[in-house]
Write a new protein. Structure first.
Length: 450
């Protein structure tokens, strides 16, 4: 029995189970998975063997919500350096958002991004097509076996792709046969809050007011409207970066395959609360805003109980110079992809949820939700996208960051895990110290069930 690669003596976590075992890889695919000791003929016949020494072997994470800034904003980041950060964090696949320059609101613009990723990405790649007030024809003509879905901004953010025509929104929900991923914040409520605080305090509003300007009500009302429209039209809705306890009542626990309305949150909403603005300032300023300790606690519970289906990063690198300023002038967004898996495993270690739940929300459920072919699981026949993770207390610093932006909101925080190796389609892309820039990802493919 032969294989290109054998990883043995691993603690495999996959599909709700945890067991000591081994994984064989041939031609970039998982050719066999077994429990206990690897067969002697495999140990002797494999071209390369890796003794995992009892460390966790997980399916590579799928981050279905990133902003890699490429093209047009590459002074902050690009696909090469951000996928290097992904590889170092055990993330083997990503789906990139459309608010670049130019915006990815046409099939041609998405194709251009695919070509760029094929040339430089050290992770598997997918892209959304962005909705605007006037591109419905592009959306209905798109091939959603190669495009991940439609990104719909129901609140403004970096790049301002706000769709504010109710008629257009209704048509998208009724006519586009694809997953619709929404940024749900009420622009009217945000504008009202902003005007009130400026009238009361002037223009120099402290960052601590960010969650009051982009308030819980702004999130709840927009999410509620999106969920109601999805129910009325039968659309496949995925609400991104849930940040409040209030919104959670709009979603149901249970298996993601049985849902047409699903929810995502991000590590920053599970790690931080509004008490962290005093110390970390605009480093933790993002849209939607990080809110109260009660919201954080409710979101942690929602991940544990399956009310939240996916955990993705909303990875949004900016230069530190752009993060200076106040609640109105400092840009929103933070880099998270390099440390998202270790951070989630740390939260699991603290008892927030299980490691099996981390794997479910960061690998299995993104694959199920988007219908990603051949990824997200340690199964025979799947691509060999794998992360070997070890217990190692590590204090994060800006010096560790591989993203071009060069900083992290986690600076000074101790994480209890690190990624020792990452394999991408059977090739080791991260060895615990460096990324192999010669390894290339593949385009994601999607096959959704009705």
């Amino acid at each position: 029995m032969t294989a290109d690669l054998l990883i043995h003596n691993a603690l495999i976590v996959n599909e709700g189970a945890r067991f000591r075992g081994w994984v064989a890889v041939t031609g970039g695919f998982i050719s066999a998975v077994g429990r206990d000791d690897a067969p002697q003929e495999l140990l002797q016949g494999a071209a390369e063997t890796v003794d995992a020494q009892g460390r966790f072997l997980l399916p590579g994470a799928i981050d279905e919500h990133v902003h890699f800034r490429d093209p047009g904003l590459t002074h902050k980041a690009d696909m090469a350096c951000e996928t290097a950060a992904a590889a170092a964090g055990g993330v083997t696949s990503f789906i990139d958002m459309p608010n670049t320059i130019p915006q990815s609101t046409t099939r041609a613009a998405v194709a251009d991004k695919m070509h760029r990723a094929a040339a430089v990405a050290t992770a598997n790649y997918g892209f959304y097509i962005g909705a605007t007030n006037d591109n419905i024809d592009e959306l209905t003509a798109a091939d959603f076996s190669t495009i991940a879905g439609v990104k719909l901004f129901l609140g403004s953010s970096t790049g301002n792709m706000l769709v504010d025509s109710n008629q257009t929104i209704r048509r998208i929900f009724e006519d586009v046969d694809a997953l619709i991923a929404v940024h749900a914040e009420s622009e009217a409520i945000i504008a009202e809050n902003r005007s009130r605080f400026k009238a009361e305090r002037g223009d120099n509003l402290p960052v601590e007011l960010h969650p009051l300007i982009r308030s819980r009500r702004a999130c709840f009302e927009a999410t509620k409207a999106a969920v109601e429209m999805a129910r009325a039209t039968g659309a496949r809705l995925h609400v991104l970066h849930i940040s409040t306890a209030d919104e959670l009542a709009l979603f149901t626990p249970g298996a993601v395959e049985s849902k047409r309305i699903t929810a995502e949150t991000c590590p920053q909403y599970l790690l931080f609360d509004d008490g962290d603005y005093a110390e970390r300032g605009a480093r933790v300023k993002c849209n939607p805003a990080i809110k109260s300790p009660l919201d954080r606690a409710a979101l942690l519970e929602a991940v544990a109980t399956g009310r939240i289906d996916c955990v993705a990063t909303d990875h949004a690198p900016h230069l530190l110079a752009e993060k200076q300023g106040n609640a109105l002038t400092a840009v929103s967004g933070m880099p998270m992809i390099q440390f998202s898996l270790p951070a989630m495993l740390t939260l699991a270690d603290e008892g927030a949820f299980t490691i099996e739940k981390v794997v479910e929300t960061m690998a299995h459920n993104p694959a199920r939700l988007y219908g990603i072919v051949g990824r997200g699981f340690i199964r025979q026949g799947c691509y060999a996208d794998l992360a070997l993770v070890e217990r190692a207390d590590t204090v994060v610093s800006d010096a560790d960051v591989l993203s071009r932006c060069g900083w992290t909101p986690l600076a000074g925080i101790m994480l209890r895990y690190r990624v020792a190796s990452t394999w991408l389609n059977g090739r080791r892309v991260w060895d615990g110290h460096r990324v192999d820039p010669t390894v290339r990802g593949m385009a994601l493919r999607y096959c959704r069930k009705p």
